[in-house]
Design a protein around this ligand. Sequence first.
Ligand code: PMP
Length: 461
Amino acid sequence: FAIEQESPMITDAAELERLDQKSQFHPFTSIADLAKEGPTVMTSGQGVRVRDAHGRDYLDGMAGLWCVNLGYGRTEITEAITRQSERLSFFHTFNGMTSDVVAECADALLKRAPVPMSRVFFGASGSDANETQLKLIWYYNNLRGKPEKKKIIARWNSYHGSGVATASLTGLPGMHNYFDLPKGPILHVSAPYYYRDAPEGMSERDFSRKLARELEEVIEREGADTIAAFFAEAVMGAGGLIPPPEGYFDEISAILKKHDILLVADEVVSGFGRLGTYWGSQTYGYEPDLITSAKGVTSGYFPMSVCFISPKVWDVIEGAAAQTGIFGHGYTYSAHPVGAAAALAALKLIDELEVVKNVADVGPHLMNGLRDRLGQHPHVGDIRGQGLMVGIELAKDRATKEGFPPANRTGREVLKAAAKRGLITRALGDTLVFAPPLVINRAEVDELVDKFALAVGDVLG
Ligand code: PMP
């Protein structure tokens, strides 16, 4: 693809790799692998594709980190960012200050909420947004005279962030090990992992009921008066691409309502169209009390997160304002005007390009394509997902679902084979994941499926 741009200062691929390798401490990276294989240096992107320092092009099947929903090189957003940086590069929102674009952006976001919401609170990442939610939940229960109601329930395999509290909330032991995180008042219940955890022959409905019973048992064991909130992604992302089985959110929501427990929808990945509805909660028909969003709100062009706060929570906080005085929470980059300008441009594009409609069309096309090409492959155990969020779980033995030995790192081998063929995927253990830009078209989906099927063949025959 053709990109007009100024040359960066250093263009030599080997030199860039060397500089990065000796200077950067990479997040979520194996230090040993990096030492052996070196980094992949990306230099440009356009549409659904990115190019590395060697000039190799890749179809980005992961939209960066599930965030570049509108694709790369969108001048509507870059120009909005440039204009805003020149006009007012920064202003804050402490002490009642704000900026014009922020006021407009907050209103535009509230208008797009799936259920009536009272306020939005801005941050710069999904992690800081979930930290905000945790503090809001505790604040809210203190203000309404329930100081004992503080425990938080999340699920194993969930991903809610990398902060001290949000990594504890996250249900991935690999993120807890060695860090001495304070566990705090956090409890984990089972993931809705139908493929791996449902007893043989059990229907999805019955599996959902089983998980709901487990949740209710935990609530009764701990005492509902001690439990404040339940966090859930619509489709679990980083923890293995796990969509909820049929009826799951109906069952869970009813229990939470009965016990006066807030439902926090972590829509960091699922928000803004990824599942083929504007919000993940709309795909599955549940009503959150708090929503966390990030990523797609600016399509990854600027770091921004948004917490949506329902009237139920807001009214308590507002009602106690005379007593509490200043709300003692916030970040320098809460409601950054450049982020607000990027978000306004992205929200407009989501509407104008009918992105949600596109996902509802190409999502099933992707799923059908993968099932046609790989559904009968002896080492493909499960193909699952919703909209443009799809996972392919490999298995040594498809009939027994026995996995490959983890030491083989089979998922990673497939990822490397895909990269050689010009396709970016992500390996969550032996589940390969796709979450491409939401503007991907049918021909590009076909190319993704073809390259992936060939890569699976390269490694597994
Ligand atoms: N929640 C979910 C569901 C996520 O997938 C992520 C990141 N992938 C986060 C929260 C944290 O977001 P961030 O990396 O921006 O802190």
